[in-house]
Design a protein around this ligand. Sequence first.
Ligand code: LLP
Length: 412
Amino acid sequence: MHDFRYKKNQLYCEDVIVKKLAKTFGTPLYVYSRKTLLDHYLKLKSAFSQINPLICFSVKANSNLSILKALVSQGAGLDIVSGGELYRALKIGCPAQKIVYASVGKTDKEIAAAISKGIFFFNVESLAELENINRISAKLKKITRAAIRLNPDVEAKTHKYVTTGKITNKFGIDLESAYKILLLRDKFKNLNICGLHIHIGSQITESAPFVAALKKVSDFIQRLKDKGVELQYLNIGGGMGIVYDRETPQTAQIYAGKIIPLLKKTGLKIIMEPGRFIAGNSGILVTKVIYIKHTPKKKFIIVDAGMNDLIRPALYSAHHRILPLAKNLKSEKADVVGPICESGDFLAKERYIAKVKEGEYLAVMGAGAYGFSMSSNYNSRLRAAEVMVAADKISLIRKRESFEDLIRNEKI
Ligand code: LLP
């Protein structure tokens, strides 16, 4: 599953002792295993090899340039949602023809930049956006490819903040409205509306919601065919869940086995946009214990990483395993909390955590996706450093921020 393992009671990332990294680069520190990252991409690629999809890594999950570069150099494309992500994608040399662009709120400037760079296609989320992309394309004298993002109205059985395929969510276009748009697609003179897109949510651990959504999509495609509307592409989004603790999510093989028959039936070229499945287990957040605090009711392990470094526990009550860097079989019930002035600032609550002393280190597992990319400077805290390990090679892929970085754009 990943390349963070104990050898002689020391946690290693591939061939490197994590504690050595903590000492060299300081904490909080994101540590990534390049092998784990690439293995997950390759697992997906091989599970789907019979239909050879374009796998566009979802940049929002982890937007570090070195992470993106590692994946793109293996042939991955990128799924972006902003001008900033487009900038990153181009910066690392991702071919524009391998970039797909979603988001309910693309601005004129973002749309124009993506059109000028010649991205593969836009995933369009409303009629207003479709009209706008058509207008901007006309101005730029271009014909732009677009996929209609469908809202299939399915229950993804995941956290309500990351469910996106219910009709009450802001995402996509309902099937009836999309049908009408597609029948009249020729009226958009500067668009080539040639695909469909779905993304029903994130951290989905079963195949049933994907299958339900794809069944609806495949009936929809048939209805269009009956009217003579032929498409070329189907973008099935991301959303595959990973193991954080006790989940038993489907493997890439199982997922592929369930949906390939439906995908083949469509006859369309498939695009996918996985984020978490590729990056989630490739990274950990290493943090140092500052104080141990006992109150009449509880034990708190106060660490130097806070909700600004990893917001998932605070925002989604997400469970990340927490392991000591030096293996210790004795554990005690505690809350692991950060230094930030909010009670929501916790990494674990009422959990049996290895007995650690002040000055020792803990690793928050499964932090490779939506970890650093969601981090902030709240409480004027400096964002963490990131390192990537490849066998015994160590690369600093993001410097720890400095106080100057913190105020760089401010004026008195
Ligand atoms: N495609 C689209 C259009 C998306 O909106 C997303 C994620 C993905 C692909 C990638 O989904 P994945 O394969 O990673 O599930 N911050 C939350 C997750 C938010 C997901 C947003 N959209 C978390 O930490 O759980």
